[in-house]
Ligand binder design. Structure first.
Ligand SMILES: *Cc1c(COP(=O)(O)O)cnc(C)c1O
Length: 346
């Protein structure tokens, strides 16, 4: 039985080209700036994002943390959605390690923050208040079902931030999914943000790593903060080599993941006892609800898992499935057949 693992796009395994690149990688000590493969990946990433410089980090969580530490000082406040990965799933790192105060605003179902909410949350100068320093956006928005933020929206937030002297960080873990879904150059989606973090280890299928991009001065400081959190790696070219292949070969194929997600969502929508808002399925993430009261989402997850289809219970009545490299169109049909069978047996 083939396991159809739809828990996350982080389960992707390196491609044969990546394993070859890893084997061949030229390496050096990256803390001395002497790993040619890491240097090449950072140059490529900066160029792809249209930024001056880039920094290779161990994970998306480290990328966001290092960016926050670089933008904000002790007691500063960052504005972030209540469903943001940075707020929900990064173990409170900004507070634990940076003494950075999160100001959460309600995420709209489309992954945006309301501009008027942001404006109202920005603090004036007053001895009682923390200082508003940063706005953090997420594209695509994980917990909002892979929702895509447009470049128009992102630019509007950046303009608002500039008017108030705040910076903008984009958690772009899946920003290439957004670019592919919109059919735009990724540069357009990050043009006005001060920093962006993207993951090589999700849909792009590299085994490890993320990259932070920004201007020279920002990246210089971010490099110090990476050292502080123990992210100065030595012959990191071994893993960065796969990241180069990811950028060169794995971006355009994300469209296949989006088509598979759409097919999965349409199939799930037809199964009695499940509900899904098809308009919300824009990229490779499918969030749906179990409306049948005959079992819990955890039980549904377990029953599908026993039959080789793995997905995630995400709390409430929600479940999440993510398509990726390694999931073929045929696997989607199998997953749907299994889901139909499980739901019919209730
Ligand atoms: C996965 C993810 C991260 C964190 O990446 P890790 O490499 O798992 O630490 C950050 N933000 C978003 C939106 C993500 O989906």
């Amino acid at each position: 039985m083939k396991i159809i693992d739809l828990r996350s796009d982080t389960v992707t395994l390196p491609t044969p080209a990546m394993r070859e690149a890893i084997y061949q990688a030229e390496v050096g000590d990256d803390v001395f700036g002497e790993d040619p493969t890491v240097n090449r990946l950072e140059e490529m990433a900066a160029q792809r994002m249209g930024k001056e410089a880039a920094l290779y980090v161990a994970s998306g969580t480290m990328g966001n943390l290092v960016a926050l530490l670089t933008h904000c000082g002790r007691g500063d406040e960052f504005i972030v959605g209540h469903l943001a990965h940075t707020f929900l799933y990064e173990a409170g790192g900004s507070a634990a390690l940076g003494s950075i105060h999160p100001r959460t605003l309600l995420n709209q179902p489309d992954g945006t923050l309301d501009l008027t909410d942001i404006e109202a949350a920005i603090r004036g100068e007053n001895v009682h208040f923390p200082r508003s320093r940063l706005i953090c956006l997420e594209n695509t928005h994980n917990r909002c079902g892979g929702a895509v933020l447009t470049s128009e929206y992102t630019k509007a937030v950046c303009q608002l931030a500039q008017r108030h002297g705040l910076a903008v960080h984009l958690d772009g873990a899946r920003v290439f999914n957004a670019a592919v879904a919109l059919g735009v150059d990724v540069k357009e989606l990050v043009e006005d943000v001060d920093s962006v973090q993207f993951c090589l280890s999700k849909g792009l299928s590299a085994p490890v790593g993320s990259v932070i991009c920004g201007d020279e001065e920002f990246i210089y400081e971010a490099r110090r903060n990476r050292k502080i959190v123990g992210g100065g790696m030595r012959q990191a070219g071994i893993i960065a080599a796969a990241g180069i292949v990811a950028l060169e070969q794995m971006v355009d194929r994300l469209a296949e993941d989006h088509a598979n997600a759409r097919r999965l969502a349409e199939g799930l929508a037809e199964i009695p006892g499940l509900a899904i808002n098809l308009d919300r399925v824009q990229t490779n993430i499918v969030i749906f609800e179990l409306t049948s009261e005959s079992l819990t989402p955890a039980e549904l997850q377990a029953r599908l898992g026993e039959r080789g289809v793995k997905l995630l219970d995400i709390g409430g009545r929600g479940l999440r499935a993510v398509t990726h490299y390694g999931i073929e169109a045929d696997d989607i049909e199998v997953a749907l057949a299994v889901a139909r069978e499980v739901m019919e047996q209730l």
